[in-house]
Design a binder for this molecule. Structure first.
Ligand SMILES: NC(=O)c1ccc[n+]([C@@H]2O[C@H](COP(=O)([O-])OP(=O)(O)OC[C@H]3O[C@@H](n4cnc5c(N)ncnc54)[C@H](O)[C@@H]3O)[C@@H](O)[C@H]2O)c1
Length: 367
């Protein structure tokens, strides 16, 4: 194992968690030598947490990347700013690990894919939701041989937020950010749970008069996956009932061999119908590994830099999540079913990747 030299772009907002919690845990594997943020106070706080002396504190990432020798760059600034930051880090030959979503539009995602392809840097996106204890437990049950194929996935993210309690208020002022910043976590999760890519998507986004957000706060999507599974997803930021907040979402995965659920109590329940004998329910408790989620994805990224296998969320994989995400945005704008794979098939050959499984079932929703 090597010790890498790393830089962090972003110091406030969620980047402060990177500075205070995530990166210090990996101190023996990556030494953070510099940090950049346009906000002086955030810069000082996070630099103090990382014990970075003054010469390593920069108000501009451009300046930092010009000045500092490092081999890995962590990017935790808002997604619309990513292409320029990735281009600059790649021009210095650095590997890049960047927070989800890779970018704020399909064209920006492709711009980053081109940079990664041209420069050959190691690049991956943080999808910490795939490696949380509760999702690993859910997936381990779905993947048992006797569970067979997945028929449907239902998912619900529902919280009682106001514009003041939601966090990251900038997201709520940007059209569609609720989908590409928020629901993107779940759209990636559906690919992860189904083991398949998106085939088509329909949906709607709307607001409610009691909301303080001023814009849309709710999204409902129906997604056909490339293996024939159909997903129903509700995202609701103004739910005054049962709460399924971040990392407490409800999932129900109906398979050939039974139905698997997880709710805010984090207990995975496998229910099997026994006909006249009723139902049998098996409960599975998630692992209690404190180093799940971000710690796990950062560990795998560093393993890759050290010669290990690539993480799941390299650029090819991420383009599939982005195609699903921006197709969902399109579907909610136009009120029509949007086919997802044509976005991937339309890419230049060097950026193309086949869907995880061929879409042999073109399931049509009949109202
Ligand atoms: N994986 C997760 O669970 C998770 C959780 C929260 C946020 N995020 C992601 O992290 C990213 C950042 O979100 P956030 O909530 O921290 O945003 P934010 O706006 O609160 O903070 C971003 C930071 O970037 C800084 N910044 C802005 N422009 C900059 C520039 N040009 N150069 C340097 N610094 C700049 C800001 O000053 C701020 O300190 C988003 O993509 C978000 O989706 C991921």
């Amino acid at each position: 194992m090597q010790t890498h030299k790393g830089v962090l772009i972003g110091a406030g907002g969620f980047a402060s968690s990177w500075a205070r919690k995530f990166l210090p845990t990996f101190r023996d594997r990556v030494e953070i030598v510099a940090l950049a943020d346009v906000n002086a106070e955030a810069l000082a706080r996070s630099a103090d947490a990382l014990q970075i002396p003054d010469p390593g504190r920069f108000p501009s990432y451009d300046e930092m990347l010009d000045a500092v020798d490092a081999d890995v760059c962590f990017i935790v600034i808002p997604p619309a700013l990513r292409p320029a930051a990735v281009r600059k880090a790649a021009s210095r030959g650095m590997a890049v690990f960047c927070e989800k979503p890779i970018a704020a539009s399909w064209s920006q995602a492709l711009e980053i894919a081109e940079i990664v392809h041209e420069t050959g840097i190691k690049f991956a996106v943080v999808q910490n939701y795939r490696l949380t204890n509760r999702i690993l437990a859910l997936k381990s049950v779905i993947q048992r041989t006797e569970m067979g194929a997945i028929n449907t996935i239902q998912a619900r993210m529902a919280v009682d937020y106001t514009i003041d309690t939601a966090g990251g208020a900038f997201r709520h002022q940007i059209p569609d950010a609720m989908i590409y910043e928020g629901a993107e976590h779940h759209l990636d999760q559906f690919r992860n749970l189904a083991g398949a890519d998106g085939s088509w998507v329909q949906g709607v986004q709307w607001g409610q008069p009691w909301s303080t957000f001023g814009g849309n706060t709710c999204v409902a999507l129906i997604i056909g996956m490339s293996n024939g599974a159909v997903v129903q997803f509700e995202m609701n930021h103004v739910d005054r009932g049962h709460q399924n907040g971040w990392h407490e979402e409800y999932y129900r995965v109906a398979c050939e061999g039974g139905t698997v659920t997880i709710d805010a109590d984090h207990v995975v329940r496998l229910t099997r119908d026994l006909g006249a004998d009723g139902e049998v329910v098996e409960e599975v408790l998630p692992d209690t590994n404190p180093r799940d989620g971000h710690y796990a994805v950062i560990g795998r990224f560093l393993d890759w830099l050290d010669g290990g296998p690539p993480p799941e969320t390299t650029i090819d994989d991420v383009l599939q999540t982005m195609a699903l995400t921006f197709a969902a945005v399109d579907a909610t704008h136009n009120g029509r079913r949007v086919e997802i794979q044509p976005l991937i098939q339309g890419l230049p050959d060097h950026l193309k990747q086949s869907p995880a499984q061929d879409a042999d079932t073109d399931t049509t929703v009949i109202a």
